[in-house]
Design a protein around this ligand. Structure first.
Ligand code: TRP
Length: 460
């Protein structure tokens, strides 16, 4: 076990960690991605498969990342190096660090759209899809929003673990919860909301194919912020006497609760207003404004909704930036402040092409001249390409490599010992070996299979 450097910060309490990590997990993934994936893939059936993936694979893997981080008391590169310094394994940590910044670069673009919807009453008389297309294509509107979002993110991360990240999570997560409850109340009390509840809560297994399982697993993964070193980094700020299983369990439970509640907020309203739930990524930005436009108190609820989305994205963006910043702070002479602003600036430069890819710069809106139209579908924009490369491929790849590292190089038994420290009693005699087997075999095999199926499906 590496000793923390004397000045290394820790969370002030379990609550602080749970809120910060839940803030990372709860993001666009819960409120934007989960509902449209469920809408596209058979509603309730998708939800059940999602829950199975979460409990069987993602939560056990979450424990591995937390244990790795706390054991090393370092960023992903340092945490791996603390176990095995001379092999190429620290490069996997490097992949995490780079991918975190790359995901942030386009995540902040989408988050900026949400902020734009809060600032301007976009539930206008104009057709919402026209408004959306115009807003995201206008560089004078998108670039300041995207830059402003990153600026605020860097500002919080510069403030440090306790006074920046933890403090803001403690303020924003309760606000998010209250907003969510308010909007659910409005949504389920609309006349005709019952059809939406039926769609969402009654599984329709005729819509389930193998690919739905792949989608559900990928979503569970992205939603818990796994595979990118976020949980390694947040785990590295935990004290040795913290019970990783209980606190990790809380994080997974909150994340799942909020995703399920997001469906409860969206589907009743969509059905009550006679809209289609299977609209894909535009569900939140195009269909919902239409729904808000048509319902009583709609523009107020609409503003609350996009505020909710922006808050959720903000605490996740903070965690994505923190991975890179913790690397700079641990491994270079940079101060936290300089690292936060430097990394924020880098994310801005990296994200500009994505920000300009929704119509502002035609060459970026359609990259088929560069990447063909095989892998990324017809006329892929910069943002789609970034999301596919980093949000899908790199994420899943590094998760598979991390679980191989924990299972075989560090050793699942040693990881289990780290996991047990702080629990006060031993993890059950059955649960321990099952967990070790999962980390060594089940997890890497399933994840690699998912990656291969996903890639094959995209190529064929
Ligand atoms: N989990 C967040 C969401 O649901 C996004 C996120 C934050 C993330 N950090 C991550 C995704 C690390 C993958 C890896 O929106």
């Amino acid at each position: 076990m590496a000793l923390p450097s004397p000045e290394r910060e820790q969370w002030s309490s379990r609550l602080g960690f749970v809120l910060a990590a839940a803030g990372s997990a709860i993001g666009l993934g819960n409120i934007w991605r989960f509902p449209f994936k469920a809408g596209d893939n058979g509603g309730g059936a998708f939800v059940l498969i999602y829950l199975a993936c979460l409990v069987l694979l993602c939560v056990p893997y979450l424990f591995a990342e937390l244990a790795l981080g706390r054991n090393g008391k370092r960023n992903p590169v340092g945490a791996i190096r603390a176990i095995d310094a001379r092999s190429p394994w620290p490069l996997v940590g490097g992949l995490c660090v780079v991918a975190g910044l790359a995901i942030l670069s386009y995540y902040a673009v989408v988050a900026g759209w949400a902020v734009g919807y809060v600032l301007r009453d976009l539930v206008a008389a104009e057709a919402p899809d026209a408004v959306f297309a115009r807003v995201i294509a206008d560089p004078l509107w998108v670039v300041p929003l995207f830059g402003g979002f990153l600026f605020a993110t860097a500002g919080v991360v510069a403030g440090g673990v306790r006074r920046g990240i933890e403090r803001w999570a403690k303020i924003l997560m309760p606000v998010l919860f209250v907003l969510l409850c308010l909007i659910i109340f409005r949504s389920v009390t609309l006349p005709g909301a019952g059809a939406g509840l039926d769609f969402y809560l009654t599984p329709d297994f005729s819509k389930v194919s193998g690919l739905v399982v792949v989608e559900a697993l990928g979503q569970a993964f992205f939603s818990l912020s796994l595979g990118m070193g976020t949980m390694i980094t947040y785990g590295s700020y935990l004290p040795d006497d913290e019970n990783l299983i209980v606190s990790g369990g809380y994080v997974a439970a909150f994340d799942t609760l909020i995703a399920l509640m997001a469906g409860l907020m969206i589907f009743p309203a969509v059905f009550a207003m006679g809209q289609n739930p299977a609209e894909g990524p535009s569900l939140v930005f195009v269909v919902l404004p239409d729904v808000f436009g048509a319902m009583p108190l709609g523009s107020f609820v609409g503003t609350l909704f996009f505020l909710l989305l922006a808050i959720a994205a903000f605490t996740s963006g903070i965690s994505l930036l923190e991975v890179f910043v913790s690397y700079l702070v641990d491994e270079t002479p940079w101060s936290r402040r300089a690292a936060a602003w430097g990394a924020g600036g880098l994310a801005f430069a990296l994200g500009l092409p994505s920000a300009l890819s929704q119509g502002a710069v035609p060459a970026l809106s359609d990259l088929s001249w560069l990447v063909g139209d095989r892998f990324f579908g017809p006329s892929p924009g910069m943002l789609d390409v970034m999301d596919f490369l980093w949000g899908s491929v790199a994420l899943v790849l590094s998760a598979a490599l991390l679980s191989l590292f924990v299972g075989w190089v560090w050793g699942a038994e040693k990881a289990l010992t780290e996991l047990r420290s702080g629990t006060g009693h031993t993890v059950g005699r059955v649960a321990g070996p099952v967990w070790c087997a999962a980390i060594k075999y089940a997890f890497p095999i399933t994840i690699l299979a998912v990656l291969v199926i996903d890639l094959l499906y995209d190529v064929l």
